[in-house]
Design a protein around this ligand. Structure first.
Ligand code: PRT
Ligand code: ZN
Length: 299
């Protein structure tokens, strides 16, 4: 297959998103071998290669049409998008779907002793961040005039060094803020890893693979929490049992040979099935309960 016909997916080389991103592609069926330079994973069983990059470079690779797909934090995508718009350049990456990992939030945090009342408390202050475009855009939207101090890292120590009054940084557990005597006060952006693509039309063969990957990713997302549940139940208990089955649309009801008042129920539950649910189902008359993980799903 010629090189042009292979889909190129950019993911983070080393960092918080790397394992999840590769795992997602593997769950979509990709088998790969890693190149000597460690920068490229060659898809052995599909026309798809994975480029390992710094997360900040991923939107640019799509912008420049070097890659067709990318997996990166929404925080990075939005920062880049606003940056391009500020320079009157049309951003050439479209967000396709949220991937449910790498969750964090871009938030304003203030020193412990700071007297915070509302967003108005930020008026006239210096705010340190590595996300100047996102912060600037948010300040404009909430109508607060503050000075954005752009740093390349170590934002959390800026107030102690006197470089800023407060900060705007990514938070997940909040322990970094606590360790630096800072307190989160308001969220600027909720973020998670997202899939982005080029808006440039692809050759038909590539587009077909891209659409296949999207369906598979969707399937992977759906099965994560899904369970297949099997049980026997008295016909009379069916309304109650259907009510108790978590997140299942239309269960399959199968008659049981020789016992006309009993049926077998098979259902896909799109949420986790807890012991409590099984106990309630049993109390409603269900027997022979079996819960199985779902390996793959294609709608
Ligand atoms: O080298 P490269 O540029 O690729 O990596 P990077 O250092 O820029 O990125 P990395 O791996 O730290 O983060 C990649 C993406 O993960 C980010 O763009 C976010 O979308 C997402 N993410 C999720 C996070 C966090 N959670 C997170 N907690 N990114 C950064 N952090 C930082 C946070 O700012 C704090 O300083 O981790 C620290 C610990 O957080 P707490 O709140 O748990 O203490
Ligand atoms: Zn980065």
């Amino acid at each position: 297959m010629d090189k042009e016909a292979r889909l190129r997916v950019a993911i983070q080389k080393t960092g918080r998103l790397t394992d999840h991103s590769l795992d997602l592609l593997v769950r979509c069926g990709l088998k790969y071998s890693r190149g000597k330079d460690q920068l490229l994973c060659y898809g052995e069983n599909m026309p798809l290669d994975v480029l390992l990059m710094r997360d900040d470079d991923i939107p640019d690779l799509i912008q420049e049409d070097v890659c067709d797909l990318g997996i990166v934090g929404l925080n990075v995508v939005e920062e880049k998008r606003l940056g391009f718009l500020a320079r009157n350049v049309a951003p050439l990456f479209e967000q396709l779907q949220a991937l449910d990992f790498g969750r964090c939030r871009l938030a304003i945090a203030v020193p412990d002793a700071f007297r915070w009342e509302s967003i108005e408390s930020l008026q006239g202050l210096r705010i340190a961040t590595t996300y100047p475009n996102l912060l600037g855009d948010w300040l404009r939207r909430v109508g607060v005039a503050a000075e954005v101090v752009t740093l390349s890292g170590a934002v959390e120590i800026a107030p102690r060094l006197g470089r800023a009054d407060v900060i705007c940084d990514l938070v997940s557990t909040g322990s970094t803020l606590t360790a630096n005597h800072l307190r989160e006060v308001v969220t600027v952006l909720e973020s998670q890893a997202v899939l982005i693509r080029t808006p440039v039309p692809l050759p038909a063969a590539k587009e077909t693979w891209l659409q296949r990957m999207l369906l598979r990713i969707d399937g992977v997302q759906q099965v994560k929490e899904s369970k297949y549940i099997l049980l026997h139940a008295p016909r009379a208990a069916l309304p109650e049992i259907r009510r108790l089955l978590p997140g299942s649309e239309s269960p399959t009801i199968i008659p049981l040979e020789g016992t006309p008042d009993k049926v077998a129920v098979h259902a896909v539950c799109r949420e986790n099935v807890f012991w409590e649910t099984l106990e309630s189902l049993k109390a409603a008359g269900a027997t022979a309960l079996l819960v199985l993980p779902v390996e793959k799903m294609l709608a």
